[in-house]
Design a protein around this ligand. Structure first.
Ligand SMILES: Cc1cc2nc3c(=O)[nH]c(=O)nc-3n(C[C@H](O)[C@H](O)[C@H](O)COP(=O)(O)OP(=O)(O)OC[C@H]3O[C@@H](n4cnc5c(N)ncnc54)[C@H](O)[C@@H]3O)c2cc1C
Length: 374
């Protein structure tokens, strides 16, 4: 094979694409990963980095369909945490730390208790309701108007940007080529994709994996299959505080905050359905500061040191799109992980790598087929 002919071509070097490349290269395949932008410059590099298969606030019905995938994602993250730092030489701050989800009133208490019931059935986690006093003992700066909190052990976090760099290094050490190129189209002959075009060249492959995050809607034009993915913008603040230390990830509704190993409080987030605009804005800053100061007291002296914004890939029904592309036998899709892509990414990748290598995936993926939109 020449330098522009690969066994596997992966488009998108986010967590899904890089993890897929990692699994395939570990099995000895010749892989190229193409990305239009710098490594880690989108959501995979600028997420909060929480790994919690038990979900944030929400009801079991919306969480459970992806629960197996979330568990697989967590399993792969645990394997990554022992393999990737050594292979890459990059410590990406993987750590276990508890989560505390705040409860302010009786309605939220009823909801929390329902959540706790099913979460307590899941192995490897400790989940319980704790009263206000116990919650304040764990995180003294919590809003003291809470009536209690859900306390969870067994959940983790990572520094996403460092994780993406570590995956990149690991892939390259396993022989993966990672190239800065934008794919603008795919050539198909007799139901098989044969090459992908950039502005100046064609890249030939045996199999193609498309992990293009919020840009995955472009696949619809290339393959003639409806891939309804849109961007959902989110913003995060990093603050320096001498007096407040959050040694658990504090959550309320869709917001969260924790002190990361870099010593900064990371706090998010927004959900902005406004297209491909991804700059940090005053709206994002005020919105996140508002939710943060509702959860945590004593931040008056905190200094804002960094504000980031990025785009989640969100499918029309909110669920992942994963599996072979209908009618194009050698093309595989992995996208739509929304708010949970750092957690789900390695799980989506493991399944994709198995499919590419004609192996049976570890879990049932029929609910994730893109054919549900046709
Ligand atoms: C504020 C915020 C906080 C988050 N926090 C968490 C969290 O705590 N836990 C969690 O699990 N998830 C979290 N997420 C979600 C998570 O970040 C995303 O779901 C995940 O990063 C998506 O990964 P991806 O690989 O699918 O896409 P991306 O990271 O977007 O990667 C896709 C890549 O494809 C490339 N690409 C697209 N089109 C082309 C093309 N035509 N040619 C070449 N390259 C192309 C892009 O340049 C991009 O690099 C958060 C997201 C946001 C916005």
């Amino acid at each position: 094979m020449d330098s522009t002919h690969y066994e596997i071509c992966i488009v998108g070097a986010g967590i899904v694409g890089l993890s897929t490349a990692y699994f395939l290269a570990k099995s000895g395949l010749k892989v190229v990963v193409l990305d239009k932008d710098s490594i880690g410059s989108h959501a995979s590099g600028f997420a909060y980095g929480g790994l919690s298969p038990l979900g944030e606030a929400g009801d079991p019905e919306t969480i459970l369909p992806v629960f197996d995938l979330a568990q697989l994602g967590m399993k792969k993250h645990l394997e990554f945490s022992s393999d990737i730092p050594e292979l890459s030489g990059i410590d990406y701050d993987f750590r276990f730390r508890p989560a505390i989800d705040l409860v302010f009133n009786d309605e939220e208490l009823t909801e929390a208790k329902q959540q706790i019931k099913w979460r307590q059935q899941v192995e490897n986690y400790k989940v319980e309701f704790i009263d206000r006093k116990s919650a304040l003992e764990i995180v003294p700066n919590l809003n003291n108007e809470i009536i209690g909190a859900t306390y969870t052990e067994g959940v983790c976090d990572v520094e996403p940007y460092k994780l993406v760099l570590a995956l990149t290094q690991s892939c390259e050490k396993l022989g993966v080529e990672i190239l800065n190129k934008e794919i603008t189209g795919i050539q198909i002959e007799n139901h098989l994709a044969t090459s992908a075009s950039t502005k100046h060249e064609k890249i030939y492959f045996e199999k193609l994996v498309l992990c293009m995050g919020p840009w995955s809607g472009n696949i619809s034009n290339w393959l003639g299959v409806n891939v309804p993915i849109r961007p959902l913008k989110g913003q995060i603040l990093r603050l320096k505080s001498e007096s407040v230390q959050l040694n658990a990830s504090v959550g309320y509704l869709h917001n969260y905050a924790v002190t990361k190993p870099d010593g900064l409080i990371w706090a998010g987030t927004t959900e902005e359905d406004i297209g491909f605009e991804d700059s940090p804005t005053p709206y994002g800053r005020n919105s996140v500061l508002g939710s943060l100061t509702h959860m945590i007291q004593g931040l008056d002296e905190a200094e804002l040191v960094y504000q980031t914004a990025c785009l989640r890939p969100l499918s029309k029904d909110g669920k992942v799109i994963l599996g072979p592309a209908p009618q194009t036998e050698n093309v595989f899709l992995g996208t739509g992980a929304g708010r949970k892509g750092i957690l789900l990414g390695p799980g989506i990748a493991k399944i994709t790598a198995d499919l590419v290598m004609n192996k049976q995936p570890e879990i049932d993926i029929s609910a994730f087929s893109v054919a549900r939109f046709s």
